[in-house]
Every structure is written in C-alpha cells, then in structure tokens.
Write a protein that binds this ligand. Structure first.
Ligand code: FAD
Ligand code: NAG
Ligand code: NAG
Ligand code: NAG
Ligand code: NAG
Length: 576
C-alpha cells in the first residue's frame, strides 16, 4: 500500500545468467583453533558466506533461484547470517571485494561475470549461531586470545555497518526468539512490579507486535517489521509512531540480560548494574556487552485514530504538505500525534484523542487532502480511520508492506527542535530546507517520533537530550547499485551529507545514532550530548580490552583493522 521507505523501483526480470567462478578461496582459516571454539559452542560455529554466493557457484541452482526471487525482500535478508539490508556492508568498499547481484534486476548476468567474482567482503569468516549466554562468553575469550574481532549481528539493518567487519568472528543473535509476558514483572532486586514483555535478542518487531496482539497489550516499537526489537534499535534509542506519547524504546526498557566482555552474564536494571543500564539505554549496540534478552514495558491496549493523505509525487503538492505539517507541528505534537511522512504521503496516528477530537485536530491536513482532490489531476487518497490496537494499524498499513531493500545506500539525518517551529519565518525556512533536501536526494522522510509529549518517569537514558525537545527526526538517502565505482560511492556519502546540510544549518548538533551520516562530524555530541563523558567511563570499565568496537561508537578506535573496509571520508562535493 503506502511505502514511505521504498525507493527502489522493481524492474522486470531478464533472462539468462552466465556461470562465474570464485576467484578467491573462502574463509581461509587463520592460524587459530576454530575447532576448539566450535566444541565450546556445541558445534554451532559455521563458516561465513555471503548470501548471494550460490549464484556465483551455479546460477541455475535452486538456491540461486531463491536468492534472486528474494533479493529485495527484507525478511529474507534479515533472517540470513550472510545478508545485510544495505548491501555495501556485505562488501569491502575499500578493496571492492563483493558478492552482489544487480538489485534492479537480480538476473542480470553482468553482476556475476568477470571481472566480478564472489568474495567474503565484510562478512565474518566464521559466526556462532548464538543460543545461550555461554556462546558469547566463549567468543569473548576467543577474541581476547586471538585478537580476531567479534561483531554482533542481529537483523543486519544497520545503516552504518556496525554489524559486520572483515576477518571477524560473528555473533549471530537472530535465533534468540523467546517471548514471555508477565503482567507483574519485577526487575531483579527491585520491588515495584509493572507489566513487562521479555524478548530474546533475535525477536523482530513484527513478531513482538503479533505477540502483543495475542496478549491484548501494546508494545512500542518501530515502523519496520524485521528490525530487531531489543538489539541495536533499542540500545541506540528506538523511535516509532507511538513514541511521542508513549516514549522511546529506551524509556520503556525495564531490564537487560547482558554478557559483558569479561564473559559474565549480568542483569542490568534500575536496582543493579545501574551504570550499565544507563549505558544500554541509548549508548548504542555492540559497545558495552551482548544483550541476550531484555524486558520492555507492556501498556494496555490502545485505540488509535489515524489519518492518511497520499498522492503521486508532485513538487507543488509536496511543498503544500510540508507547509501544513510544519505550521501545525507544535500543536499536533502536543495533541499526541506521531507518524511518518514523505513528499507524497503523511501517516498520522494518535492514541490519546477520540474520533471527534482527532478530526478537529487534523482539520488542516484533511482540508488539504480534500482541496487537492477538488483541484483534480492525479488521484489523492484521504483516509480517516480508527483502529482497536497498534497491531491492527500496523497490519493494515505497515505489516504487509515490506521495505524494498538490497541496494547500497548512504543515509544522513537530523533532529529538528521545537524552536524551529515557533516563528513563521523559521517555519518557512524549515519547509524550504525540506524541499531543497528532497530535491537533491529524493526520498526525504519525516519521522514524527521524538518523545515530545511523553510524560513517563523512567529514570535516566543516555541518548542525546535533544530527542526530548524535538518535533521531527529527518532522514535522507542516496542509493547506488552493485557496479558503482569507488568514487561514485564516495560521492553518494557526500551527497547525502550535503543534502542534510540544508537542515544542519538551521538546527543544533543532534542526530539519531542508528540512522545517521556514516561520517557525522562531532558525533559524540550529536548522538549523546552531555552523556558522552559518562558513557566513555562505563565503556572503559566494562570493556578495558576493547573486545567490542564499532564505527563512531562510544570509545571507538578508528585505527582498528575492523574498519579497514570503510572508505575514507570524501567531502569534495560541497553543493548538490
Ligand atoms: C528499513 C529500516 C527501517 C527502520 N526503522 C526504524 C524505526 O522505525 N525506528 C528506529 O528507531 N530505527 C529504525 N531503523 C534503524 C534501526 O534502529 C537500526 O538499523 C538498528 O541498528 C537495527 O538494529 P538490529 O539489531 O535490528 O540490526 P543489526 O544491524 O543486526 O545491529 C545493529 C547494531 O546493534 C548491535 N547489536 C545487535 N544486537 C545486539 C545485541 N543483542 N547486543 C549488543 N549489540 C547488538 C550490532 O552489533 C550493531 O552495532 C530502521 C532501519 C531500516 C533499515
Ligand atoms: C525460553 O523459554 C523457555 C520456556 O519459557 C525456557 O525454558 C528457556 O530457558 C528460555 N530460553 C532462553 C534462552 O531464555
Ligand atoms: C483488552 O484490553 C483492554 C484495555 O485494557 C480492555 O478494555 C479489554 O477488555 C481487553 N480485551 C480482552 C479481550 O481481554
Ligand atoms: C552499471 O550498470 C548499469 C546498467 O546495468 C549501467 O547503466 C551503468 O553505466 C553501470 N555503471 C558503471 C559505473 O559501470
Ligand atoms: C575524494 O575527492 C577527491 C577530489 O574530488 C578525489 O581526488 C579523491 O579520489 C576522492 N576520494 C575518494 C575516496 O573517492
């Protein structure tokens, strides 16, 4: 139906795929005892392999046919150990080693023909299919002894390549699927009970939403079905259409079970290991430990008022939509509206207003939709509907929609504070910036998901405090295909960055760590604000040997060999 995150157009599959041979042997074992590690994890250690490898081995095989069919399907990618949602993170960008198909046409034989062959790229040499905390303990011991980097991979959705690294040992958490609902959950060592859902580290939001429906409760998650519920999403912040009123992921987490780099399984909550609890509430995934499960707050079922206005892309209409949104930005945030929008659709949801109040509050948007309809031209859709639950809404609008993935892309983002919405001239400047950004990199998304009117008292979180005072989180992207040159890739990163500069110029230094420019300048402040010094101390306390590390993560070591596949930043494009 409506697919705001989609940017890829589906091409008709061509025919005929030539056979290609591997030019480089796979997973050549390093000079270490993998067998010993395999024994410690009950045999669940496997050689890593890029997802598309069967198509290079035998393009006529059933395995290859499956991959071609599902090349742009995020559910297939998210559940495969060797696949990533944004495909440059499967490759080694600096050496051009890759194992990709043409995402506009997965049957295109040129992607699997000379000079292209299948290389491991950034896919781990070996990975553990994690089922128990002791698997993580064994991996940390192994990494400390051999200096082979460990990485944590859950869904592989990361936009910044933090769930892959060349010549690494992967911890694949996707099969930790337990879900339990406890109406009277008491965090260990605490005494206050609240309704909680305990989720294994591999549970995806789509699965958690279905479980919530079965139990007649609400959990607050993101807009995408296959993003992990308690992996990187939660540990970096976690926003969704209900966050305005019900809080971010980090506001709602009650407890983590986490294996720290010393190999210990720890419980982190408001009553024990409080420093670690603080760090895991926004300090970022892959940094302080490996979370095996987390318990999040379950709220009673909500009734949702929803408004959707959608139309085929058209510059004039886009400006009108952005103008109505921005002019009403403060009022709608205060009234409890969340949602997402782009230049051709806005989806608003509200869990606190009734039907009449919602219609009154959204009058300017509904009137815009009706006016555009009367003006004629390409069809305009205006939907006003009540849903009995988040799950019902998600199923109708987002659940069936699976993001088109399989390209490589550069993303960049900005948090937009209340201040930009107060004066008419600032609102106009903001709309101009949206239009300018969306025309340099088509696909700008307005996430109406900061916790602006969230009143809950949940203790301290470590995301930048800018989240609390923002009305929007804005993202732009610049995608490329399998055959882009290194210079072209570099230009895409620069283009996404220059596009968001339209907003950087108007706003304080704040961005969402999970959906940020790979080359965010001043990233410590942008992601964590005043929390950074404390986060750094906690990192040093729990990970003194630096067994965990990731790109622009707390306390990262940019010179680490695990970052060898990133391209050096190129800022040569200053205007786009
Ligand atoms: C299509 C799409 C839609 C998105 N929608 C939203 C949205 O609505 N709201 C939002 O807030 N974000 C959204 N995101 C961004 C999302 O939060 C990030 O991509 C996030 O990194 C995904 O976490 P993951 O665990 O699923 O992915 P992964 O790529 O597997 O992991 C991401 C990071 O977390 C670490 N990690 C994963 N699991 C663990 C663990 N158990 N313990 C410790 N570290 C771990 C990894 O090492 C890596 O650093 C979206 C992304 C995409 C691609
Ligand atoms: C998953 O849940 C089952 C039953 O509730 C329990 O026996 C098992 O130990 C759990 N596994 C993990 C890894 O938590
Ligand atoms: C579901 O929860 C709502 C809100 O708490 C309640 O009013 C309703 O009776 C519940 N429905 C069922 C079937 O339990
Ligand atoms: C990549 O392939 C497409 C067609 O498949 C072609 O139009 C384009 O020029 C190619 N780009 C490069 C850099 O080779
Ligand atoms: C960055 O841009 C400069 C100047 O345009 C160019 O010389 C250089 O090769 C580029 N670097 C990369 C990594 O593409």
């Amino acid at each position: 139906m409506i697919s705001p995150r989609a940017f890829a157009l589906f091409a008709v599959f061509g025919a005929g795929v030539a056979r290609a041979t591997l030019q480089r042997p796979f997973a050549s074992p390093l000079d270490v005892s993998w067998d010993e590690l395999r024994e410690k994890v009950d045999g669940r250690l496997y050689a890593g392999s890029p997802w598309a490898k069967p198509c290079f081995d035998d393009p006529e095989s059933d395995a290859c046919r499956e991959i071609r069919l599902n090349y742009r399907d995020e559910a297939s990618r998210a559940s495969s150990s060797g696949a990533y949602i944004n495909t440059q993170w499967e490759t080694c960008q600096s050496t051009r080693e890759q194992c990709l198909l043409d995402y506009t046409n997965p049957r295109d034989k040129s992607a699997i023909s000379s000079p292209y062959s299948c290389s491991l790229g950034s896919v781990s040499d070996y990975y553990i299919d994690v089922r128990e905390p002791k698997d993580v303990t064994a991996a940390f011991e192994f990494s400390k002894r051999t200096h082979i980097p460990v990485i944590v991979k859950n869904s592989g959705h990361d936009y910044k390549g933090r769930s892959s690294a060349p010549r690494s040992l992967g911890l694949w958490t996707r099969n930790l699927k337990n879900m339990t609902y406890n109406p009277k959950f008491v965090p260990k060592g605490c005494d206050k009970a609240s309704a909680g859902v305990t989720l294994g580290a591999g549970v995806a939001w789509g699965e958690a939403y279905e479980f919530a429906e079965e139990n007649n409760i609400t959990v607050v998650g993101g807009s995408d079905k296959t993003v992990g519920a308690v992996g990187g999403w939660l540990q970096g912040g976690g926003h969704g259409a209900l966050s305005n009123t019900m809080g971010m992921g980090v506001d709602r987490v009650l407890e983590f079970e986490v294996v720290t780099p010393d190999g210990q399984l720890r419980t982190a909550n408001a009553c024990q290991n409080e420093d670690l609890f603080f760090a895991l509430r926004g300090g970022g995934g892959g940094t302080f430990g490996v979370v095996t499960s987390a318990t999040i707050l379950a709220s009673p079922q909500v009734t949702l008022q929803t408004i959707i206005v959608a139309f085929p892309r058209n510059d004039k209409r886009a400006r009108q939509l952005f103008t109505v949104m921005v002019d009403n930005g403060l009022a709608w945030a205060a009234a409890g509206w969340g949602g997402l929008a782009n230049a051709q659709a806005a989806i608003y949801v509200n869990p606190v207003l009734n039907k009449e109040e919602a219609a009154e509050s959204m009058k300017p948007l509904i009137e815009l939709g009706e006016r555009l309809k009367r003006e004629g031209g390409e069809p305009v859709q205006v939907v006003v509907r009540e849903f009995g639950s988040w799950g019902g809404f998600f199923h109708a609008f987002a659940g069936e929609y699976v993001a088109a993935v399989g390209a490589s892309l550069a993303l960049s983002s900005r948090l937009i504070p209340k201040d930009n919405f107060v004066q008419a001239e600032d609102r106009k400047a903001l709309v101009d910036a949206f239009v300018a950004a969306d025309s340099s990199t088509p696909g700008l998304i307005v996430l109406i998901s900061p916790p602006t009117s969230y009143k809950g008292d949940t203790g301290r979180t470590s995301v930048t405090e800018a989240w609390r005072n923002s009305i929007y989180h804005i993202t732009v992207i610049s995608p490329w295909n399998w055959n882009a040159t290194t210079v072209e890739k570099s230009e895409h990163y620069a283009r996404a960055s220059a596009s968001i500069d339209h907003l950087r110029r108007l706003t304080p230094d704040a961005a969402y760590v999970n959906e940020a420019d790979v080359y965010e300048a001043n990233h410590e402040i942008a992601f964590w604000g005043s929390n950074y010094p404390e986060l750094l101390k906690i990192k040093q306390k729990y990970d003194p040997d630096h067994l965990l590390d990731c790109w622009q993560c707390v306390g990262w070591k940019p010179e680490s060999k695990r970052f060898a596949c990133y391209l050096p930043q190129n800022v040569s494009i200053t205007s786009v």
